[in-house]
Write a protein that binds this ligand. Structure first.
Ligand code: AMP
Ligand code: ZN
Length: 136
């Protein structure tokens, strides 16, 4: 695993900082968020230090969604969001990749989302589609 001595989540993985651990494997670690948006709000982190999703090898990501399912079921969450922020402007605060599982029990608790949808522009979408397909 790749680790950063200064990183708070690397310290949690090592046990140098305590956490309310919910799940651990050789590739990932899951624990309760210390400032939850709702009951059961939990974080899943790869055991590989990287700031953004694009920095993490695929093998450290394979278990993330299966574990998000386990966490949602354990919290009896029927409505919930899985969220992963990349970059300060995208609301990332801790610079070690983490996936939130945030139960949404009602309108006020859990995640609130702004969704500034743009008007549909078929010509732009077609051009973008061609560009992205050529790069994937
Ligand atoms: P983000 O804005 O996506 O970077 O979210 C960072 C999350 O990490 C926040 O929801 C914090 O409450 C949570 N967090 C920060 N420090 C800790 C910690 N020591 N234990 C558990 N959760 C933490
Ligand atoms: Zn780290």
């Amino acid at each position: 695993m790749s680790s950063s001595a200064a990183c708070i989540f690397c310290k949690i993985i090592k046990g140098d900082i305590p956490s309310f651990k919910l799940f651990e494997s050789d590739k990932i670690f899951a624990f309760l968020d210390i400032q939850p948006l709702s009951r059961g709000h939990a974080l899943i982190i790869p055991k590989f230090h990287g700031e953004k999703l694009t920095d993490i090898p695929d093998e450290y990501l394979n278990e993330v969604l299966p574990v998000a399912k386990k966490l949602a079921k354990a919290a009896d969450a029927t409505d919930f969001n899985v969220l992963q922020n990349n970059g300060t402007i995208a609301h990332q605060v801790v610079p070690h990749v983490h996936f939130h599982m945030i139960p949404k029990p009602n309108e006020t608790e859990g995640l609130g989302v702004g969704w500034p949808a743009q008007a549909t522009d078929m010509d732009k979408l077609k051009a973008l589609h061609e560009e992205l397909k050529s790069k994937i």
